[in-house]
Design a protein around this ligand. Structure first.
Ligand code: PLP
Ligand code: COI
Length: 341
């Protein structure tokens, strides 16, 4: 199969329209058969549930070309699980998990020409999403929904690739205790737009959000979980009911323990402890692991010993091992890699 003539190495994290996307509609209490379409546009009634009460959620995962030329995805079953949980919390009809994985495969296969070549530094990002599509004017869930998956080739989420980032501690809260912080609802991202625009204006790459109840504990950023490395080489990550359960983070904790023989712990992390860590990174599908060099808390700077030039040594090992598994250079744990035939 001939690849598209794109300048893969200079792609940023943006939208490039590809040929095929998957669509399935929910009506009269059931999902239809679903299938691929070339139509990238959606026509909606003016009163559609998604437009009035933001009844929408999404997922994000990637397809990779391995060293030996196969096309694979990484743990799509976990995205299917998470979207199921998200839908339940938003009173949307969950999309069947097996159909989700089949739809992911169908979209990647149909757009194989857009899967960036091995070694190009780019990947194919898949965006499954679902929204309420019929008119809703009283505050209640829609009765009709559309589930879609499109894909777009992407480069690094943060400009500068592996260069350490500078973050700021946000004055805004991302998620309330018992709120929606642990699901992938569009509303969590809508509320983060003002804080991220403000952070960017002030020269920061992202916001560090603290827990809304006490503002003493580290939560996450707008689009990734945190990983820290202690001075004695232990990997720690915040435990909270109001952060998104990152698939990358859950995978990295296993990589740390089982591939690198490190101690790895998920626990509450107080902001006061952050100054004592040796390394810090942001992890997520889009971010992979992006190193953090500095966090600014209202003018007070916390600089990690790993510095502003490159990834810390343990962050680098985690990055190399995870991407090694994703790109087929290392043997994966059972079930992590799903090949597109
Ligand atoms: N946290 C937030 C708020 C996110 O949007 C994402 C991205 O999906 C993540 C964390 C990382 O999750 P994952 O590793 O499953 O992509
Ligand atoms: C992802 O990593 O897939 C995300 O959803 C992050 C997003 C904010 C781009």
């Amino acid at each position: 199969m001939e690849k598209k003539d794109l300048d893969w190495a200079s792609l940023g994290f943006g939208y490039v329209q590809t040929e095929q996307r998957y669509v399935s509609n929910f009506k009269d209490g059931k999902w239809d058969e679903g299938g691929l379409t070339t139509d990238a546009n959606i026509v909606l009634n003016e009163c559609a549930g998604v437009l009035q009460y933001a009844q929408t959620c999404f997922e994000g995962l990637k397809a990779y070309t391995t060293e030996d030329g196969r096309i694979v995805t990484f743990r799509p079953d976990l995205n299917a699980d998470r979207m199921y949980t998200t839908a339940q919390r938003l009173e949307m009809p969950p999309f069947p998990k097996d159909k989700f994985v089949e739809a992911v495969k169908a979209v990647v296969k149909a757009n194989a020409a857009y899967v960036p070549p091995y070694g190009s530094g780019a990947t194919l990002y898949l965006r499954p999403y679902m929204f309420g599509s019929n008119p809703v004017i009283g505050v209640k869930p829609a009765t009709e929904y559309q589930f879609r998956i499109f894909c777009t080739p992407v480069g690094p989420y943060f400009k500068g690739g592996a260069k350490p980032l500078t973050l700021c501690v946000s004055d805004f809260d991302r998620a309330a205790p018992h709120g929606t912080g642990n699901i992938k609802a569009g509303l969590n991202y809508a509320m983060s737009l003002h804080p991220i625009v403000e952070a960017h204006k002030a020269g920061y790459a992202e916001n560090m959000y603290l827990d809304a109840a006490t503002r003493t504990k580290v939560e996450e950023t707008g689009g990734a979980n945190f990983l820290f490395v202690t001075k004695d080489g232990k990997v720690v990550t915040p435990k909270s009911n109001s952060i998104l359960p990152s698939i990358t983070r859950r995978s990295l904790m296993i990589v740390a323990k089982e591939y690198l023989g490190l101690e790895a712990e998920e626990r509450e992390i107080y902001f006061d402890e952050v100054k004592d860590f040796a390394e810090c990174g942001l992890c997520g599908t889009a971010a992979v692991i992006s190193p953090v060099g500095k966090i600014v808390d209202h003018g007070k700077e916390i600089s990690f010993p790993s510095g502003m030039d490159e990834m810390g040594p343990i962050t680098k090992k985690l990055y190399d091992t995870l991407t090694g598994i994703q790109m087929g250079r290392l043997d994966p744990p059972e079930g992590w890699i799903v090949e597109i035939d």
